[in-house]
Structure formats: C-alpha cells, structure tokens
Design a protein around this ligand. Structure first.
Ligand SMILES: Nc1ncnc2c1ncn2[C@@H]1O[C@H](COP(=O)(O)OP(=O)(O)OP(=O)(O)O)[C@@H](O)[C@H]1O
Ligand SMILES: [Mg+2]
Length: 264
C-alpha cells in the first residue's frame, strides 16, 4: 500500500514537472522575519524566454539564488528537467545545465578575452571527461572558443586584455563564459544594468540571437528590454506571484499596472 502510494506520488510529480525545463513548487525563503519569497509556484517550458519583473526588493534575485542553489529555500522544491535538485549544490546544478551570468568575479582581468573563454571551455571539457591531451584537443578547444566569441560578438577583441574592455563588452564576455558551460537553462539577473542605451541594444540583440532551444529566465527593470525578449512574464510583489502570462496579458493587467508599471 505504502509503496504503491509512494509510486503514485512519484509518477504524479513526474507528470506535473517532467516536461518542464524548470519547475518550482511552494517555494518560500525567509530572512529572519522577512518573507522574501512566499509560496511561489512556477513552471518554465523548454525553450521559453521567461522574464521576472517586480519592484525593488520584490524577491527576484532571491528567487534566482534559490534556483541556482546559492540559497536554500525555507520551504518548497526546485526541479530541473524533471529532476528534483533542491538539495543539490550550485556546482551540481551547473553540471545539470543550469547557467547564470552574474559571475563577474570569474573574469580574469589580466588575461585576454580569448584566454578567459579558453579557461572556461577547458574546465567544461574536463568536467565532461572528453578532455585529452595533445594538439587535436588544443585545436578543438580553439574552435570552441572562437565559436563562442563569434556568438557574443567579441571575436575582434579576442587578443585584448579583459581589463581594457568597455563595460558592455565585459558583460558580453560574462555571457560567453556562461555559454562555455553549455547551459540548457540560462538565468540573467539584470543583464543591462549600468549599460548605455547603445550597449543595452547590443546585449538585447545578442540575447535574441541565442539558440531558441536554450531556456532563459531574465530579471530586468527595463520594460523595453522585457517586451522585446520575453515569451512569458511573471510579476513578483513582496515575494509573491501576482500575475504570470504573456507580455500582452501582463501589460493589460490592472493590478500589475497599479503596483508595478505605475501607468494610470
Ligand atoms: N541575504 C539577505 N539577508 C537578509 N535579507 C535579504 C537578503 N537578500 C535579500 N534580502 C531581502 O529580501 C528582499 C528581497 O530581496 P531581493 O534582492 O531578492 O529583491 P529584488 O527583487 O532582486 O530587488 P532589486 O530589484 O532591488 O534587485 C528584500 O527586502 C531584501 O532586503
Ligand atoms: Mg535583484
């Protein structure tokens, strides 16, 4: 009886979450007496570009940190591609294809753009155990590095030391390092923060050009950026989801307009 019930529960959970790239169930995170996240339920389909919006302090970064494993939730569960990962480390989740772009300290400013990406690619090859010594491997890594740099538009800068890059280019390099880990899901926390309008337009184009089967979650304050990138938008307010839907639905929602967009 017990075993059957347990099996039933597992298959129900699989049905509920198995097809989603990401699913969170009843996720709460308290900081002392503060409820930064409160009973958040959300599923994100493979290939979806999902934006999380909400006022300052709404819990957006906390949400991301609980998804990556940087923070343990007070309650609830996180699933990646049908597998529960709530007790797994950041590193283990990264190995399951969860990438993120807020790892600024991963840039080696004294090394060149090419060298930075090479280190990330070699690290990844080591993890995948495809790594073998010799010239063939060296060439394969070089091709991989060149491909990623082309993808983020930094091929012309590949011999430049990272410390000499413009700010927007450093952010593009962070994206390159994230892509080197071959993520299936990529989280962006405010990818355009601190950027000029021209740099913002560049990074938006770059994100748009990423493969359609890459699942993305994007926290962003710039509404133009949100509406040009997102297939679906979730609005957080005081740690709770107040609306989740298409950009059109969210834009027209009266509560969202009142609380967040401030449109009258
Ligand atoms: N490590 C922490 N310890 C205590 N409180 C925290 C911690 N991290 C976040 N908070 C609080 O939790 C709430 C949610 O913060 P969070 O950073 O997730 O908001 P956010 O939506 O990302 O805001 P912003 O748009 O300003 O980046 C805030 O009230 C914040 O002060
Ligand atoms: Mg934040």
């Amino acid at each position: 009886m017990m075993a059957e019930e347990a099996a039933g529960a597992v298959s129900l959970q699989f049905k509920e979450f198995g097809m989603h790239a990401l699913a969170v169930k009843n996720l709460s995170k308290n900081f002392g007496g503060l409820r930064a996240l409160s009973r958040v339920n959300l599923t994100v389909a493979a290939g979806e570009r999902h934006a999380i919006i909400g006022p300052n302090g709404a819990g957006k970064s906390t949400f991301f940190n609980v998804i990556t494993g940087e923070l343990q939730p007070t309650k609830g569960a996180v699933w990646l591609h049908g597998r529960e990962v709530t007790s797994l480390s950041v590193y283990q989740r990264a190995n399951l294809g969860l990438g993120h772009t807020f790892q600024r300290n991963n840039l080696f400013t004294g090394l060149t753009v090419h060298e930075n990406v090479r280190l990330a690619v070699q690290h990844q090859e080591g993890i995948n155990r495809h790594w073998f010594k010799g010239i063939t491997a060296f060439t394969a890594v070089t091709e991989s590095v060149t491909g990623i740099l082309a993808q983020v538009g930094l091929l012309p800068q590949q011999a430049i030391k990272v410390g000499e890059l413009a700010y927007g280019q450093q952010r593009a390099l962070e994206l390159a390092l994230a892509l080197a880990t071959r993520p299936k899901i990529l989280l962006f926390d405010e990818p355009t923060a601190g950027m000029s309008p021209a740099e913002t337009a560049d990074i938006v184009r770059l994100i748009q050009s990423l493969p359609r089967d890459l699942t993305m979650m994007i926290v962003e304050h710039d509404m133009d950026v949100i509406f040009s990138l997102a297939d679906r938008i979730t609005v957080l307010h005081y740690g709770q989801i107040i609306r989740s839907g298409s950009p059109q639905e969210v834009r027209q929602d009266a509560q969202v307009q009142a609380i967040y967009l401030g449109n009258s």
